[in-house]
Ligand binder design. Sequence first.
Ligand SMILES: *[C@@H]1O[C@H](CO)[C@@H](O)[C@H](O)[C@H]1NC(C)=O
Length: 472
Amino acid sequence: MDHTIQYGTAAAGLISILVVYLALRRRRTVRSIPGPASPSWLFGNMLQLYLSPTYGNYEFDWQRIYGPFYRIKGCFGQDRLMISDPVSLQYILNSPHFKFGPTLENAIHLLYGIDSIIGVKEEDHKRIRAALNIGFTAAAVRNYIPVFEKAAHTIMAIASSQSRVQIIADAIGARLPGWLWRAAIYLPTATCKAIRTAKRLADEVGIQVLREKRAAVEQGLDINTDLYGQLLNLHRSDKTKHTLTEAELVAQTAIMMIAGQDTTANTLAFGLVELAKAPEFQDKLRTEILSTLSASGGGSVSYDNMPLLNAFIKESLRMFPAEAVTDRVAVEDVVIPLTDSLITTTGERISHIPVPKGQNMTLAIASYQRLESRWGEDAQEFKPSRWLDGPTFKGEAVGPYANLLSFLGGPRMCLGWRFAIMEMQVFVCELVGKFAFTLPEGDSTRARLATTLLPTTSNGQKGALICAKRVM
Ligand SMILES: *[C@@H]1O[C@H](CO)[C@@H](O)[C@H](O)[C@H]1NC(C)=O
């Protein structure tokens, strides 16, 4: 009896030693992954990552030197993994062992709310996703074309502002309990005020849209021509588990407005700058657009059968993903696979990376989409023709569209990806059909801005500047 207890204690002791040993080994492995030196304990490599004069100055160089899986430092000396390896990314995006990193989660809750599709917990996510999905199928999206065609007038570039203060505030915020962070939204700073206004406006818009839809139904009008109409109609005709209540629909408005509009507009704005730099391609694209439009004779346009248009859209999404990076954290100890093995700073060759629970990582989408081993040596060039000349990439396919991760991938991939592509197809046809885009002459600031990914202007705003001249 006594012996059994002693053996039991000894076994328990050995097991805890083993657990601690394995945890330490995982941390040591992460620490031994090569990566750039950190210029500061406070900021780590974060200023280089987020505030370089043109996006990716450091990041794309690091990728060239250390490959698609390396280590950087976050704020306060913590290790972060930078991941652009397609096999690792595919694994992480499809695995239940990762969730949004703390900073990203805070931002999502503030901006979109905890009832939004990306804010809610797992089971609710599946239900809301299934319900919203009805409005995002290929058939449903086709119903929205006339509305897009009418609305295709303005392009708005998101005014996102990163600063030293914001980076450190995010790092501190990530360590605070959620309730305290949510309370911080009431601070009288400009950023908090802007977020409060955006969220309030979104809720107001949601309520207003639903009110209009109900009125339209009462007048016997067809409301199936947009997402809210379709979803409301479903809820009215069939109150089963796959429909959303009106309150739930309103809660999705912020995400539709911000995630669903500014992202597409941003990618497109940068695509148009490239178009301004390539007048020959622009002319060919315009010819394709005008001949397709005239062949349709005012009827439905077959946007999917326009090779130059779709090559241009794919290349814009590849070079200028709306989200250049996103954060994840491991919710338990996990082993991440690699495409090719790497050599640690201790000289070990490893093909799988064991990471401890709580490990923070950056999914480097923009880097992945410029990975030379994947896209070829001209990966840094804007070249729509790559989508026309046969195979575009090497390796296993990822993401829902064109092997791009602009819409992420896995069970939480962007629900609206078909919507976004349709929106871009319609907008590009309208814009390039009617306007010629050129770079402003003799203005070096603008010319420099026009060559960068998410350029930052002197007042901290991101945006692109080009000239448009009416041609039709
Ligand atoms: C991950 O980030 C959070 C928030 O910044 C931090 O508290 C935590 O210590 C980090 N984890 C690791 C393993 O560095």
